[in-house]
Write a protein of this length. Structure first.
Length: 270
């Protein structure tokens, strides 16, 4: 392993060797897990209440005629927080599909212009797949806040997004408020507004400093990496479940490696 890292350090940009090694180890595990899932290997996912509740909310949304609001966070596509935005888009893909069937599509808000066309396209494709292409309304996905590159700083624009979305949460009758993506301290403003309006709230982020705010305001918090499991829990696609299984295998490999290293060091063998 040290020899491989030395070779990579000498050929690629410094600091990229370790992530590349992890990726090269992860890739065959992912393909194996995907192969096993497609052949109906028995697998039980641990329950995550947020995703289970979200499925039930869609039926209530159709009955009450009140949509689900999904916030994609303050990040966009192509930056360091792309993974968080993609986690939200996986949830949107599920909501759009069910919304096109029931006639109660979600309301989507975002703070970055690169996320807006992707959200609109997911909604459009869902309506087209269900045979209701003429009912697609691009206004169901809304950009709230200016481009961060045009403002005085990312935090200022994040609060601008929060201010606009808080107004919508206060005025629009919603069956649920779902917040998944990259957030900062503005998460508290949005969560508190939803709580004051008695809206069922499901949300999470990978930002560790925001997790206390998630616990304080969300009825069903998603902690850290749980936001990335939405595709597996909601859509049930083999690739998503296989990816989740591969991540669990990698996690156990890392844990066992750390325990083994500690034991070897304790016994003086390393």
């Amino acid at each position: 392993m040290d020899a491989l890292l030395s070779l990579l350090d000498s050929t690629i940009k410094p600091g990229y060797a370790d992530p590349l090694v992890v990726f090269l180890v992860f890739l065959p595990i992912f393909f194996f897990a995907n192969w096993a899932i497609k052949r109906n290997a028995p697998l039980t996912l641990r329950p995550i209440s947020g995703f289970a509740v979200l499925k039930g909310m869609l039926g209530k949304s159709a009955e009450a005629g009140q949509p689900v609001h999904l916030s994609l966070g303050t990040a966009g596509i192509g930056d360091q927080s792309t993974a968080d935005t993609m986690a939200a888009l996986n949830v949107l893909n599920y909501l759009a599909e069910r919304g096109a069937i029931s006639g109660s599509p979600p309301i989507v808000t975002c703070a970055h212009p690169t996320a807006l066309p992707v959200a609109q396209d997911l909604l459009r494709r869902a309506y087209r797949r269900q045979g209701y292409a003429e009912e697609f309304d691009p206004a169901r996905a809304r950009l709230i806040a200016p481009d961060p590159q045009l403002g005085t700083g990312g935090q200022t624009n994040a609060f601008a997004y929060a201010a606009g979305t808080m107004r919508m949460l206060g005025n629009q009758k919603l069956i649920a408020n779902v917040m998944i993506g990259q957030f900062g301290s503005e998460f508290l403003l949005l969560g508190e507004t939803g709580a004051q309006n008695n809206i069922t709230q499901i949300g999470g982020t990978s930002e560790t400093s925001v997790l206390p705010l998630v616990h304080a305001t969300m009825n069903h918090p998603l902690i850290g990496e749980e936001i990335y499991a939405g595709g597996a829990y909601l859509s049930g696609k083999p690739s998503h479940i296989g990816s989740l299984l591969a991540q669990d295998i990698m996690r156990w490999m890392i844990v066992l490696g750390l325990v083994g290293a500690v034991l070897l060091r304790t016994l003086g063998l390393y």
